[in-house]
Design a protein around this ligand. Sequence first.
Ligand code: ZN
Length: 125
Amino acid sequence: MSPVRRCSRTACGRPAVATLTYVYADSTAVLGPLATYAEPHCYDLCAEHSERLTAPRGWEVVRLSDPSAPPRPSGDDLEALANAVREAARPHDRGGDGRNGGPQTADPMEVARRGHLRVLRSPDS
Ligand SMILES: [Zn+2]
């Protein structure tokens, strides 16, 4: 375990306070609480870079950790998606930490997406 997570931006060594997760399938960048582990498509960001975050053209940024952000009609949906992405990306042998809050959706699209990500993250299965 590394004692301090650092911002992933070049030339920025400030402690990370948030994790940016790219959901390529939906062209969505989800900025949420600092992830409990590092993985390839997640980027830790410091407070300053979190605030400055801009998405590539055609991408949408969803901020899960910003209470001042205006409510979005699809917020619940996207939060569920972000949770699903992290759950799918989490190594199986580290599961059961009890942090996976929120109801799971029975949407078949969600299941398929999670299955897709699980396959990507678990080449040995
Ligand atoms: Zn930074």
